[in-house]
Write a protein that binds this ligand. Structure first.
Ligand SMILES: [Zn+2]
Length: 359
């Protein structure tokens, strides 16, 4: 694989919150890095939780090599003279089993933490890493005029705790191919994002150019075809329908294509048809894809409401709110069209108990 140069993350030190001694806890932390030839790589860093000191790191395209990880531990041990009392690791780390095995052999207890719990310990490291990624990308000519400065973007995202909405590389891809995001639509994530922005701003030619690049990378997948359909939807619905037809030929369950058909069916007041499309989309989005599921439940609620099926509308809107408690649109829908709507039978107007805390 391509050489990945490593940053020196030891310039900035921070005050620890929990561990009070070196060797109390080490962290095995994963960062991702985009390379031009290999796509995304994993970089695992072994970090001392007390000082934030990084003992070393290893890069791999997918699963890290056992030998390399063992080397990290032995480097750290020879630096400090001891092994730690515990190893902290992200609960959802894709290779956690492998690290459990290593720690079992080394007799180190493992503590699994959520991203939020782990963040204070790895924040400085992540920041220096983001800076490095930015510099690295510049030399590799990877940055173009569309890219925002990465460090600012990262801290902003951190502050707003938006990480739930950025698909994890090892989550199932939201196109419902059954593959992991990293090995499916991630390589064209950037092209699609640019294409969608350009299309929305009315720059169809530019949008299609981005899509052409995506197509060159992965071929005419259902996701690519569906995104072509979206690009055309601002100007030419005949083209949109051609592309959607092609999308369904590749994958009849493609969630976004079904979602789009739902919207279109609502537009022509075919609410039953819309409900069926939305339902198919919901059935095929990955269960942890809260962002897309929220959006689809929200629209499904509107279709139910249009048919005066208030009970179902309430159910799915509340479901949408559960998925994304900060969603103002769905809060307004529930309040205006259900809880405070005199047209809705009184017994349906109560706020469900599990929803109260979100309003
Ligand atoms: Zn995909």
């Amino acid at each position: 694989m391509q050489m990945v140069l490593m940053p020196n993350p030891n310039q900035s030190k921070r005050t620890p919150t929990k561990p009070t001694n070196p060797n109390d806890a080490w962290i095995l932390h994963r960062e991702e890095i985009d390379t031009t030839q290999e796509g995304t790589c994993n970089v695992y860093a072994l970090i001392d939780a007390f000082s934030g000191f990084c003992f070393g790191q290893t890069a791999s395209i997918d699963q890290p090599e056992l030998e390399k990880v063992l080397e990290l531990f032995s480097t750290a041990k020879s630096t400090l003279g001891f092994l730690p009392k515990e190893l902290m690791i992200l609960k959802s780390d894709p290779f956690i089993e492998m690290f459990h095995d290593i720690c079992r052999d080394l007799n180190i207890p493992v503590t699994e933490l959520t991203a939020k719990e782990l963040r204070p310990y790895v924040r400085e490291f992540s920041k220096s890493f983001a800076q490095f990624k930015l510099m690295g990308a510049t030399t590799e000519d990877e940055i173009d005029e569309h890219s925002m400065p990465l460090p600012e973007r990262l801290s902003e995202i951190e502050e707003q705790e938006l990480d739930a909405f950025i698909p994890d590389s090892y989550s199932p891809c939201s196109c419902s191919s059954g593959k992991k995001f990293k090995f499916c639509c991630k390589p064209i994530f950037r092209e699609i994002a640019f294409a969608m922005c350009a299309a929305q701003d009315g720059y169809l030619t530019e949008a299609l150019e981005h899509m052409k690049q995506a197509e060159t990378k992965v071929g005419r997948t259902a996701e690519v075809l569906c995104r072509y359909a979206i690009c055309w939807s601002f100007t030419d619905m005949t083209k949109t329908h051609q592309y959607l037809k092609e999308t369904f030929a590749v994958n009849p369950n493609h969630p976004r294509a079904n979602y789009l058909m739902g919207i279109e069916s609502v537009g022509t007041e075919n609410y039953e048809t819309a409900i069926a499309y939305y339902q198919t989309a919901i059935d095929h989005y990955p269960k942890n894809d809260r962002f897309h599921l929220n959006e689809t439940y929200n629209n499904l609620g509107t279709a139910f409401y249009s048919l005066k099926r208030y009970r179902e509308a309430k159910e799915v809107w509340e479901q949408a709110l559960l998925l994304l408690p900060s969603d103002e649109t769905v809060k307004n829908n529930l309040t205006e069209y259900i809880y405070e709507n005199p047209l809705v039978p009184k017994e349906l107007r109560g706020v469900s108990p599990f929803i109260k805390k979100f309003l």
